[in-house]
Design a protein around this ligand. Structure first.
Ligand code: NI
Length: 179
């Protein structure tokens, strides 16, 4: 299966509103999802939305690895391969926290972005089965990030404090120097 080319920030496909998927079970959608999962893993990303591979449709893939999930207090959900087609996301409660995010379309950089701690989301998979639920922490953050891509929103557009934005290597060096 091919590794797909990832659009980088500045490409107009990342700023458009994606269209609903008419038939989530269509062979071309299954193929797209399989290729997106492979592309995400190859790039060592936690999530990938269809507009990032130049397909302006409302679907994304993501994974919640055990090591990432346990870092967030009450987030026990572990999903090796999630796909969400035609998602809805509802932000629950007032608890908004900064979480460090990167994006495969903004390589080498990361930032602290305010995200709702708890959300409820829904959608379907490629068998048209319902997916989603009420989640917190890393799982909730990655879903909010990927969902934003479907509305043309990149994470810097959510930032409030641009001092918490930098290159991975510099941020790691700075963190080490503080220890
Ligand atoms: Ni992204």
């Amino acid at each position: 299966m091919p590794i797909l080319k990832i659009a980088r920030m500045g490409h107009p496909v990342l700023l458009q509103t994606a269209a609903a998927v008419e038939d989530p079970t269509a062979p071309e959608i299954r193929r797209l999802v399989a290729d997106m999962i492979e592309t995400m893993e190859d790039a060592q990303g936690a999530g990938l939305a269809a507009p990032q591979v130049h397909v302006p449709l409302r679907l994304f893939v993501f994974r919640v690895n055990p090591d990432r999930a346990t870092a967030d207090a009450d987030d026990t959900a572990v999903l090796p391969h999630g796909v969400v087609i035609n998602p809805t996301v509802e932000l629950l409660g007032e608890d908004v926290r900064l979480r460090w995010e990167g994006c495969l379309s903004i390589p080498g950089l990361r930032a602290a972005v305010p995200r709702s701690w708890r959300i409820r989301y829904s959608g379907v998979d490629t068998d048209n089965r319902p997916v989603g639920g009420e989640v917190t922490g890393f799982h909730a953050g990655v879903v909010q990030h990927e969902y934003d891509h479907l509305d043309g929103i990149m994470y810097p557009m959510r930032m409030r404090d641009f001092s918490l934005f930098g290159f991975n290597e510099e941020l790691a060096r700075a963190a080490q120097a503080r220890q």
